[in-house]
Design a protein around this ligand. Structure first.
Ligand code: NAD
Length: 440
């Protein structure tokens, strides 16, 4: 099939490459000419495991091409996927839909014949029907264009895997024809028995925000338990293990620490609350305010513990920060908890030296006032305190005995609860973590 993928960021670039990989002819579109030039050259504009391999293969074979022209896209595609950003509005917690609207306004007047516009971006319930009316008003009269929603659940760091082998596909459609088109697009996944849920657009839109709300709640729940553990002298890791054995609860997404961030969870739960208000059911999801607040508390708590560990004052202290990305295996620093803590510690007068295996360039663009270290050793040299803020595998592999020789103060705050604390303590380190008691 001939597909277009409009918006080639973290979601769209991966979707485009994966659709080409399963045999479709794909045209990727973006307003960012620099990004399109890189992609057209077969180079990935951001770090995502396996994406480079897929781009090289499919751009090389001509199966995947890129353009900045929506007009060209309108003529080319039988199916148009909308993958543009839906960030939080500047003036409210609601979603900013201007990019989605701009795509429809730019695409619809040039459409011809029969085609399907499929939204993948995360949007408030009701967006599909609003956009369908817009397409009807703007598309030429002899066009038969429908709008459907097929929300995306991929995780950065596993995006290629998640796109080629999703846990499920959700199709919000208003006709049997749209459903049939989407089943053809995803035929290899359906052959591999990926569950396919066909429903109305409002349900499809809601599945995505409900999933993110549930995941955010699970993380904030265990982080709230961590704070109680700190007060009561309990150990949140053991608590989570014990809870996780209950199959109704499960252990995943139950790791206490610095909390969630990134370009999705925080803005999605806020947009969901805003949309629920508009629908007159704000109180039904008002618990998400608490989820958001508990999440913000972990950043403050981390800074408080850091201050405590340096004798009550961070001013003039050398602080090594390990991690800038909002999660490992990604270079994405949007609403990164690690960067929020690094910035707060720096504001209190600490000299911050930061390292991240992939996200240094993006971090520097947001926080140019920090120092950036090319490796862990340089970051930690003579540090009064080391902050472990993103759980990259590289950091779990650090030999604490070797690092101790560079860092005489030997203090580490493991805000991700991911390091082997007994090993670090055996090498002479003072280790603190959220929700973990200190040994006597
Ligand atoms: P992103 O900022 O990385 O990418 C968005 C892209 O859209 C950018 O390249 C931008 O230049 C482009 N764009 C903006 N306006 C455009 C226009 N008018 N025409 C063409 N291109 C335009 O964002 P992202 O992380 O890829 O997220 C995109 C959407 O997918 C959001 O709604 C997000 O919530 C959702 N989503 C993201 C993920 C994820 O892990 N990143 C997962 C699931 C869903």
């Amino acid at each position: 099939m001939r597909l277009t993928v409009i918006g080639t960021g973290y979601l769209g670039a991966v979707h485009a490459a994966c659709m080409a990989e399963i045999g479709h002819e794909v045209l990727g579109v973006d307003v960012d000419a620099e990004k399109i030039a890189l992609l057209a050259d077969g180079r990935t504009p951001f770090y995502e495991p396996r994406l480079q391999e897929l781009l090289t293969r499919n751009v090389g074979s001509g199966q995947l091409r890129f353009t900045t022209s929506l007009r060209e896209a309108a003529v080319f595609g039988e199916v148009h996927f909308i993958c543009v950003g839906t960030p939080q509005r500047q003036d409210s917690p609601a979603a900013d839909l201007r990019h989605v609207d701009a795509v429809v306004d730019g695409l619809a007047p040039h459409l011809r014949g029969s085609c399907l516009i499929v939204g993948k971006s995360t949007v408030p319930a009701g967006t599909t029907s609003r956009l369908a009316a817009r397409v009807r008003a703007l598309a030429p009269e002899d066009t038969d264009a429908e709008v459907a929603w097929n929300p995306e659940f991929l995780r950065e760091g596993f995006a290629v895997e998640d796109t080629l082998r999703p846990d499920r596909l959700v199709a919000g459609v208003t006709s049997a024809r749209a459903d049939e088109v989407l089943r053809r697009v995803y035929a290899p996944m359906l052959d591999a028995e990926v569950p396919y849920i066909s429903t109305d657009p409002a349900t499809a839109e809601l599945v995505k925000v409900a999933a993110n709300s549930f995941l955010a709640t699970k993380i904030s729940f265990i982080n709230a338990m961590a704070e109680v553990c700190d007060a009561a002298g309990g150990d949140v890791t053991t608590l989570a293990d014990a809870l996780g054995h209950d199959t109704r609860i499960g252990r995943r997404f139950l790791s206490a620490g610095l909390g969630f961030g990134g370009g999705c969870l925080p803005k999605d739960i806020r947009a969901f609350m805003a949309r629920a208000e508009e629908l007159g059911v704000g109180p039904a999801v008002s618990f998400l305010h608490q989820v958001d607040e508990i999440n913000a508390r972990q950043r403050r708590r981390t800074v408080d513990i850091a201050r405590e560990m340096t004798g009550g004052d961070l001013a003039g202290r050398r602080v090594a920060v390990l991690g800038a990305a909002f999660k490992p295996d990604s270079d994405d620093v949007r609403d990164s908890p690690a960067l929020a803590v690094a910035a707060a510690v720096h504001r209190e007068g600490a000299e911050v030296r930061l390292h991240d295996p992939q996200a240094m360039e993006n971090a520097r663009a947001v926080l140019p006032q920090l120092e950036y270290a090319p490796d862990v050793d340089k970051a930690c040299e003579d540090a009064d305190l080391v902050l472990h803020l993103t759980e990259w595998i590289d950091y779990r592999r650090i030999d604490p005995a070797r690092l101790a020789q560079l860092t005489p103060a030997r203090r580490i705050l493991d805000a991700r609860n991911a390091l082997d604390h007994p090993l670090w303590r055996a090498a002479g380190w003072t280790v603190r973590a959220l929700g973990r008691p200190q040994p006597p």
